[in-house]
Ligand binder design. Structure first.
Ligand code: BG6
Length: 481
């Protein structure tokens, strides 16, 4: 990755828009505290702002409560005391001049140079207003801006949004975040593929039969009906997270670990993707969704989507990629599963168990406790030749490194402060993903009902036939030692 100055030497002011929202409380405020507590961000000030009329003390209390509720790490009271002094708040109703004044006040006495980082944790509709506020407040020069997804709702709106943001910020200042790319397990796909000689030679259509990227969630709306009704599972998860993960899984070896090199290879994958065929998409809605508070009684928003997509290049032609995600499903999982081709002939007799548990699989678990496994057939001990599915597994949490894992948002904020764009998405990549999505957006199949706690509507089986979904797993992950 790019050698930027280490952040211990950098003074950083984070202006957090949407500072009282769900994402800020769950991830961003606890994450900023962790970056401060671990000295990854040396001198840090946080200026919170939102539509809520809080005082500075109330914002400090909200931050503390967020850390207590959502941080996985014990709080050192001395460090908290130092952090609390670095928190400021200004309501958005106070206007751009008040925002600028609070930022200057926060920065008093900080060693120069100071890196200003605006984090726009706001819905897409509000993003342009915030950009306007930053221009009026004179907080643009030298600043960086992290933008949350979704970037637009279709190709036209994504282009319009990118054009409007470019009127104020250069592309080099913009960091479009996709937190799935900050997950340790996602980064490990790159290490696994490109740091080893063993796997890359078989990483293509001659050996891989299909790929599944499957992210069912047990969670429901979690009070986000307002956001979700206008977004749905496809825009919330597929056009962002799942396609980005697909990019890492399918790309050619980049020439270096530099942002341009990685982005170029990811964008090549996106350019090779065929436009989505509506007949290859299953949209679902869990029963009871229309009764949720804030949901239209005749809502057609999908809370589930499964689809087949194709990458039409030399490496992947003919290999289907199946993607699935949804709310209120049977289990919460985040896996990439690579299914290898089966042997062309078998000397093992019928009834030996060969092929009975599907093909050999390589599976990446993108959970915070990252794991991977390779499953294959082996001999069951004893007389005769009974075959069973066996597996080799690796879990980060079985190693001594477990404590060093950075949560995805922590990792990405840290990278943005250092100016490292490797794990951020670009306007070009995002626009291409909307472009291949447009046939689906223009011609959406109907939403099919599914029972909460299930794996989605029945049509999911036809989508993958004669293959089967890898989830639910036949065999569980090995427990921690
Ligand atoms: C967010 C989506 O981007 O990702 C949520 O808006 C989803 O709907 C979440 O629940 C999943 O992220 P993670 O890191 O919990 O898998």
């Amino acid at each position: 990755m790019t050698q930027a100055p280490t952040t211990q030497e950098t003074s950083t002011t984070v202006v957090l828009f949407g500072a009282t929202g769900d994402l800020a409380r769950r991830k961003l405020l606890p994450g900023l505290f962790r970056l401060f507590a671990t000295h990854l961000l040396g001198d840090l000030r946080v200026v919170g702002t939102s539509m809520e009329d809080l005082t500075r003390d109330e914002f400090i209390d909200l931050t503390r409560k967020s850390i207590d509720d959502f941080s996985k790490h014990a709080v050192d009271e001395k460090i908290w005391g130092a952090f609390a002094k670095r928190l400021y708040y200004v309501p958005s109703s106070a206007g751009p001049a008040a925002l600028e004044k609070t930022v200057r006040e926060a920065e008093e006495g900080m060693p120069e140079p100071i890196q200003l980082l605006h984090y726009l944790s706001v819905p897409p509709k509000a993003a342009l207003d915030v950009i306007g506020t930053l221009r009026e407040a004179g907080l643009v020069k030298g600043a960086r801006v992290i933008m949350e997804k979704p970037f637009g709702t279709d190709l036209a709106s994504a282009r319009a949004l990118n054009a409007a943001v470019h009127e104020v910020f250069d592309e080099q200042q913009i960091f479009r975040i996709d937190h799935f790319l900050g997950k340790e397990a996602a980064l490990n796909i790159l290490a696994f593929r490109f740091a080893n000689g063993l796997f890359e030679p078989i990483w293509h259509r001659n050996f891989i039969e299909h790929v599944q990227i499957d992210v069912p969630e047990e969670l429901g709306l979690e009070g986000r009906a307002g956001f979700y009704e206008g977004t749905g599972a496809f825009r919330d998860m597929v056009v962002t997270h799942l396609f980005q993960v697909l990019g890492f899984t399918a790309m050619e070896p980049p020439t270096s670990l530099e942002p341009e090199a990685i982005t170029e290879e990811k964008n090549k994958v996106f350019r090779s993707m065929l436009p989505l065929e509506p007949m290859d998409v299953v949209r679902g809605q869990y029963q009871g969704y229309r009764d949720e508070k804030g949901v239209h009684p005749e809502s057609e928003t999908e809370t589930f989507v499964a689809l087949k997509c194709r990458i039409d290049n030399w490496r992947w032609a003919g290999v289907p990629f199946y993607l699935r995600t949804g709310k209120k499903m049977a289990e919460g999982q985040r896996i990439i599963s690579i299914a290898f081709r089966e042997p062309p002939k078998s000397m093992f007799p019928q009834g030996s168990g060969v092929g009975q548990h599907g093909p050999d699989h390589l599976t990446f678990d993108l959970a915070d406790e990252a794991r991977m496994s390779l499953s294959f057939y082996g001999k069951r001990p004893g007389p005769g030749f009974r075959l069973d599915k066996l597996s080799m597994q690796f879990a980060v949490h079985d190693t001594d490194w477990a404590g060093s894992v950075l949560e995805a948002y922590e990792r990405l904020i840290y990278d943005a402060v250092r100016g490292d764009r490797t794990l951020f998405t670009t306007a070009e990549g995002i626009e291409r993903l909307w472009e291949i999505s447009q046939p689906l957006i223009d011609n959406e199949p109907p939403v099919r009902p599914y029972a909460p706690g299930s794996w989605g509507p029945n049509q999911i089986h036809q989508l993958v036939a004669p293959r089967t979904w890898r989830l639910p797993f036949e065999r569980k992950w090995r427990e921690k030692h």
